[in-house]
Ligand binder design. Structure first.
Ligand SMILES: [Zn+2]
Length: 244
């Protein structure tokens, strides 16, 4: 029951993150505007906005105009719910759980923007950096935070400088997450990111898409970080076993 409540609270945040990203990309006001159907413009009532449930009950269609509602609404609500559930079950103290929840949702926000315009503003990275720094301060800073920050981001920075295979924003996010997850954690996150992105690239290739097309990396970094936080102990044990 507790997990279900946490999932739904998370899903409400996921829905908010989705709307914020959608309106940010389109330069719309996102604080004072109420939610409406993107096709017919009809303002949505409370019943239309119960995360996940509304979408499934209405079979992904608008109640007023019967047009299909994009699947990103359902996906972001589910991901928001998973963000909440993962953070709730973390071993960290309550303050850290809440901060990790904000970090995950902020990464989801950046991922949604990356999918649409592939351009991440510096201010978002700065906010992520501050969130990460505050989270680490709750535990204790150590040399491992610095090693984690550099171990992946430094080689990637070199790659970004001499080739165009990776974006500057991705390098900065690896720096920040490395600081947060320390060296073993960021190696897991990096491998998961590359793994997920490769699977997606193969899937797209198989669907007959242009081979040279760029792939936004932030969605995969977000998913990798979420997976890492969900199975942190298990994944870190695997790394230790593998290294020894
Ligand atoms: Zn509609």
């Amino acid at each position: 029951m507790e997990t279900i409540s946490v999932f739904f609270i998370g899903a409400v945040f996921g829905s908010f993150v989705n709307a914020t990203a959608y309106r940010t990309v389109r330069n719309k006001n996102f604080i004072f505007e109420r939610s409406n159907c993107p096709v017919c413009g009809k303002q949505l009532s409370f019943l239309d906005m119960v995360p996940v449930v509304s979408y499934l009950l209405k079979k992904g269609k608008c109640r007023y105009c019967q047009n299909r509602i994009a699947r990103r609404y359902l996906f972001t609500e589910i991901l928001g719910g998973i963000n909440g559930t993962v953070c709730w079950h973390m071993a960290e103290v309550l303050e850290a759980k809440i901060l990790f929840f904000f970090i995950l949702n902020f990464l989801l926000f950046m991922a949604l923007i990356d999918i649409e315009i592939m351009e991440i503003k510096d201010i978002y990275q700065l906010l992520l950096l501050i969130l990460a720094a505050v989270t680490i301060s709750i535990e204790k800073w150590s040399i491992n935070n610095l090693i984690g920050a550099l171990i992946i981001s430094l080689p990637l920075l070199v790659l970004a400088a001499v080739t165009e295979s990776i974006g500057g924003a991705d390098v900065k996010v690896f720096f920040i997450l490395g600081m947060l997850a320390k060296e073993k954690g960021i190696m897991v996150i990096y491998l998961l990111t590359i793994g997920l992105a490769s699977v997606f690239a193969l899937y797209r290739l198989q669907k007959g898409s242009n081979r040279k097309e760029e792939i936004p990396l932030l969605p995969f970094i977000y998913l990798a970080f979420l997976t890492y936080k969900g199975f942190e102990k298990y994944l870190l044990n695997c790394v230790i076993l593998w290294l020894t």
